[in-house]
Ligand binder design. Sequence first.
Ligand code: XMP
Length: 342
Amino acid sequence: MIQALSYDDVLLVPQYSDIDSRTEIDISTDLGKNVKLTLPIIASPMDTITGARMATGMSVAGAVGVVHRYNTPTAQREHVAQFLLETRGDDLIGAAIGVNGDYLERARLLFNAGVGFFCVDVAHGHHALVRHALQVLRKTFGHNIHIMVGNVATLEGVNDLADWGADSVRCNIGGGSICSTRIQTGHGLPGLQTIFECAKTDRDVKIIADGGIKNSGDMVKALAAGADAVMVGSLLSGTDETPGPLERSPDGTQWKSYRGMASKEAQVEWRGKYSSFEGVATRVPHRGPVAAVLEDIERGIRSGLSYSGARTIAELQAKARFVRQTTSGLSESRTHILSRSW
Ligand code: XMP
């Protein structure tokens, strides 16, 4: 049995650097077929994370948002249309689709509205239904549009999706902050190990580290392990740009909702019923504009590359030296004065 590691189990060893300023560092990523980001972050297709406003906030920062699919095709198209007005009209936005029901009609509407890429968004992406949907999508839209697909947790999953027509693959099953898949089903693989495994692919496909990324340090670890970009939900939750109203507590604290798309609450709202629920619903403190959150993350990523002496993500991947840390190493890594008893 292999030992599977996650983000907190490892650290990157600091290395010689001749980088004078973090502005020398280029953290752009090219996912292929016009999906180019100057900040390698993708906002999750979740109904409490990405609608038109989040996609706009992401685009302004050089990142990208994937509009969620938990609405009617027309309502989802409206998000795309609103984004293309609010922005220059040719800025990048992705849109999620499923693999059954109205997915093709939805894809046609989104394509005609000017979406930059599709994200085939299912919980278990290494599946015959995904293979069929990819065949249909490629037949209908050709090979020029980028198709992101997921999620998977294995190299076989990445290779099969690439062979079936995926340009990029979301990797990680059940590692997200709001996920309960691993508890509910006993299946999954720790997030960073997933990236180590998936990045071994010899196919021409990009790796998206999705879920379980708690801070910019985890992003640097994911990129160093071989991811081309990261997808995040919780790190963007609670910002002004997330869909949904602000809730105010009697003491004046403000909150926004954040929930797994397989949570009971999300399923009941979108399908009128629930089956197996593999996520939770919660609320998070209101955190203001997403621009400020992204700026902090970007500074952290740039600083991370400089500690490895790397000017680009490719250089980081070539130079990265991971070590395993013990639980006392992890305690030391945290700002431990905050938990000290005086
Ligand atoms: P973070 O950790 O960034 O994770 O909040 C976001 C990612 O979690 C996935 N996702 C789910 N996974 N049950 C799951 O097992 C769910 O209900 C659920 N909703 C979202 C998804 O990959 C997302 O990008």
